[in-house]
Every structure is written in structure tokens, then in C-alpha cells.
Design a protein around this ligand. Structure first.
Ligand code: PLP
Length: 451
């Protein structure tokens, strides 16, 4: 037998030193200065842990980019991908396929209201691009309103819609996007002192922006039901209902971007459930199949679906509803149903993460605010509690933030850090003890970095 028949095509990829060397020679990394990075080589993973090239184990408090909601190497998801691969790896979007149909049915069974139709994409940014295209065609209007302190993706329109600093380098103001302030009491743009005031003033502000932009020009308001990478700001009670009312009054399509907050992350199947509203479109990705194979999509209401009943929807993607990705979604959603993963996420937030982070705030002056729900939490770090001066500037970093992240990694935990925030976003299946272990590491890293 020749070597080629006995060796797998992948055997050379198991050499970690070679993986690093080839990465530095040939892989161009996102959101990075290429010569200044030194990516960690991850060689294997299981559940809430990953291992590096030196076989050091890390607790993954980031769920990578907040997508491994069921952890790594979940046997049911792996088996579904393998079974689908053995049976039928791929087909074009125009045909019907069992894995795709079943994934759409399962997704529709958990979206609120009549959002019963699913357009599949490859991820979150393209889901938002398509949601806006649908809204524009449905309304015949052009403008899109989105919040500052948001992230909607890295493609052309999605990065224009993004409110956070990742937009700055790419936004030429040509996309018809207008930004407004969402509610964020800790750094209120409205000088509000209570959640109720913040809610009322944020809605008055949005109402004014709509009037001044011209309601008849606005196709959609796109917002994260709970803004994720921009800081996990839970909207005050009544805010989402108020936005829904503004949209209804002016015939504006409400798009909830649930790419990060959906599929259990916020202790509900979709975070809009916390606000008791039904949007017209929901965009999703990440948790829909724990990110095992790229998948995203738009869940569409009956009314918007009807717009395209006898009118061609002018858009599509080669890999829309890829069978391997949909097979992973079927296994993910069925596992979530069978094991009440959404209920587990809610309890994890209420019983372990929330109380644990509040206890850290009692101890560490650097913690200005603790926010979150489910397995979706942020620590807002400040250099001075009375002035609320962020520990790193908006859009930037600081030596102390760097030291906190490094301190966590050295102690065996991977945090999710953004500007002056540490997000605690472990897989929803992380055990209580694992979460407590991660919080103890965070505690030690905060102490060490404060000197
Ligand atoms: N929308 C939100 C709320 C996100 O958090 C992200 C990614 O983090 C995106 C959209 C973009 O998704 P993707 O990177 O899959 O294109």
C-alpha cells in the first residue's frame, strides 16, 4: 500500500508548530495588524474547554466569538454532520433538501409570532444585508436606522449599520444608514437617572429622529434585541415595545438582530421575548448550530413573505441552507429542546453568573457595572467609579485591560474582552462548578492587574 492511501489528507495539519508557521506565512487575520499578532494554536476542544499546542487546558468563557452555545465537539452535532456528510454533502439552494427543510421547520417553531419562513445565509452579516434588502423592497423606502453601540457584521452594508468603532474605517456614509442612541443608563445620552426615564427619553429621541429623517423614507429600524459586543446593555422594560409601536405607526419594518442573543444565549429562545414583542424580521446565526458549520438566516413574517409570493426576491447565496450546516442546526435545536438548554441558561445567569459577578463587584473597585441575563454578561470596567472613566478608551485598549486578559489566560481561562469590558459568555452547557472556577480566575486576574 502506498503512503497516500494510508495517510489521511489531514495528518500533516496535526503538527502544531507547522500550523503556527503556516498561519503566519499565509493566513490574513480579521480585525488585526498582521505583523503584530501571535495567534494561539488550538489543537483540540471538548465541552467548555480548549487545549493549546503545549496541551494546556483553558476554560472557554468566550464561547469563541459567542457561538459554541452547546460547547465543543457535542456528540449529537458531530454525529449529525458526519451522517449528513456520508449521505449528501451539498446541493444547490434551488432544490429541496431534508436537512434544510427540517432546520427551517425547527427554527420557525421557536421564533415568535408568525415568523415562519426562513431565508438561509452563511452567517450574521449577510443575514442583516438580506433583511434590509427585504425591508427596502417591502416598503419601497431606502433608509435604515440603527443604534450607536451596535455590531451588525463586517460586510458593506452591515458594517455601515454597525454603530461601534469597527465602522469608522469603512463607513463612507453612502448606505442610507442613520444612527440613533439606544438606551444605556450607565452612560446615558439623555442624562436619565432611572431605567424608566432612560426608556422614555430614548423613545422620545427615536421618535424625533424618525420625524426629522422623514418617516416615509425609512424602510427599517434594525437593532440588537440585547446589544452584544457593544456591551450587553439590557433594554429597560417597555423600550422594545415602544420601538415596535413607532414602527407600526409609520409602517417601518422592525428587524431584530439576534445573531448573538438568539438561540438561548439570553435565557430565552430569542431575546425579543424579554420585551414581549414580535419583530417583522429576525436575523440569526452563531447559536443556531453552535457555529459547527457556518450558518445564518432571516426569519420572515407572513406579511413580508407575501410580498415575495408573486414577485421574485432578487438575492441569493451559493451555499444558502448548506446541508452540513443545516444538519448541525437540526441536532443543535433538538438537543436544546430535549435538554432544556434555554432554561439551563436562564438559571445559570440567575443562580451562578449574576450572583458571582455581583460578588466580584463588591470586591473590585474597577467594576463599574455588572449587566446581563442568561449566559450573556458584561463587566463594565472603570478607572474611577465616581467619574465612570472607562478603563480603556472607546475603540481602544489599555495596559490594565491587557493585563486582565493575559492574567485570565495564564490562569487557564479565555475571556471575551472588548475595549473596557470583560464579557462572561460561556457555553450554555457549562457546569455551575466550571463557571465558578472561571469566576475565581477572573477574580485573581482583576486583583493581579490592579497591582
Ligand atoms: N450581528 C451581531 C449582533 C453580531 O454579534 C455579529 C457577530 O458577532 C454579526 C451580526 C455578524 O455575524 P457574522 O460575523 O457571522 O457575519
Amino acid at each position: 500500500m502506498t503512503e497516500t492511501t494510508t495517510r489521511s489528507d489531514l495528518s500533516s495539519t496535526y503538527d502544531a508548530a507547522r500550523a503556527y508557521e503556516l498561519d503566519r506565512a499565509h493566513v490574513f487575520h480579521s480585525w488585526s495588524a498582521q505583523a503584530e499578532i501571535s495567534p494561539m494554536v488550538i489543537t483540540r476542544a471538548e465541552g467548555s474547554h480548549v487545549w493549546d499546542a503545549d496541551d494546556r487546558r483553558y476554560l472557554d468563557f468566550s464561547s469563541q466569538l459567542v457561538f459554541t452555545n452547546l460547547g465543543h465537539q457535542h456528540p449529537r452535532i458531530v454525529a449529525a454532520i458526519q451522517e449528513q456528510a456520508a449521505h449528501l454533502c451539498t446541493v444547490a439552494p434551488a432544490v429541496a433538501n431534508g436537512a434544510r427543510s427540517e432546520a427551517a421547520r425547527l427554527i420557525a417553531s421557536h421564533t415568535p409570532g408568525d415568523l415562519d419562513h426562513v431565508f438561509f445565509t452563511n452567517g450574521g452579516a449577510d443575514a442583516n444585508e438580506h433583511a434590509v434588502r427585504m425591508a427596502r423592497l417591502h416598503t419601497g423606502r431606502h433608509k435604515v436606522l440603527t443604534t450607536y453601540r451596535s455590531y451588525h457584521g463586517g460586510t458593506h452594508l452591515a458594517v455601515n449599520m454597525t454603530g461601534d468603532p469597527r465602522r469608522w474605517a469603512s463607513d463612507h456614509g453612502s448606505a442610507g444608514t442613520v444612527h440613533f442612541f439606544g438606551p444605556f443608563l450607565y452612560r446615558s445620552a439623555f442624562h436619565a437617572r432611572t431605567e424608566a426615564e432612560e426608556c422614555e427619553r430614548a423613545l422620545e429621541h427615536l421618535d424625533q429622529v424618525v420625524s426629522l429623517e422623514g418617516p416615509g423614507t425609512i424602510a427599517a429600524i434594525v437593532l440588537e434585541a440585547i446589544p452584544g459586543t457593544a456591551g450587553i446593555m439590557i433594554p429597560p422594560p417597555g423600550y422594545l415595545a415602544g420601538v415596535r409601536e413607532i414602527c407600526d405607526r409609520h409602517g417601518i419594518v422592525l428587524v431584530a438582530d439576534e445573531v448573538m442573543s438568539g438561540f438561548g444565549r439570553a435565557g430565552r429562545w430569542f431575546a425579543v421575548e424579554h420585551g414581549g414583542i414580535v419583530p417583522d424580521l429576525i436575523t440569526f446565526a452563531k447559536g443556531v448550530n453552535s457555529g459547527y458549520v457556518p450558518l445564518g438566516g432571516v426569519a420572515i413574517s407572513d406579511e413580508i413573505h407575501a410580498t415575495f409570493a408573486h414577485r421574485t426576491y432578487p438575492g441569493g447565496l451559493t451555499y444558502s441552507g448548506h446541508p452540513l450546516a443545516c444538519a448541525a442546526a437540526v441536532a443543535t435545536i433538538r438537543t436544546m429542546e430535549d435538554e432544556d438548554v434555554v432554561g439551563r441558561a436562564e438559571r445559570l445567569g440567575e443562580d451562578v453568573i449574576g450572583p458571582g459577578l455581583r460578588a466580584l463587584a463588591e470586591k473590585h473597585e474597577r467594576i463599574g457595572e455588572v449587566r446581563g441575563t442568561g449566559a450573556f454578561w458584561a463587566l463594565e470596567l472603570v478607572s474611577d467609579r465616581s467619574t465612570r472613566e472607562p478603563l480603556a478608551p472607546y475603540g481602544g485598549s489599555s495596559p490594565e485591560m491587557g493585563a486582565i486578559v493575559k492574567g485570565c489566560q495564564e490562569r487557564g481561562m479565555l475571556p471575551f474582552a472588548n475595549f473596557n469590558r470583560i464579557h462572561v459568555v460561556p457555553p450554555l452547557t457549562t457546569t455551575d462548578d466550571e463557571v465558578r472556577e472561571g469566576l475565581a480566575i477572573l477574580d485573581a486576574a482583576l486583583t493581579a492587574a490592579a497591582g
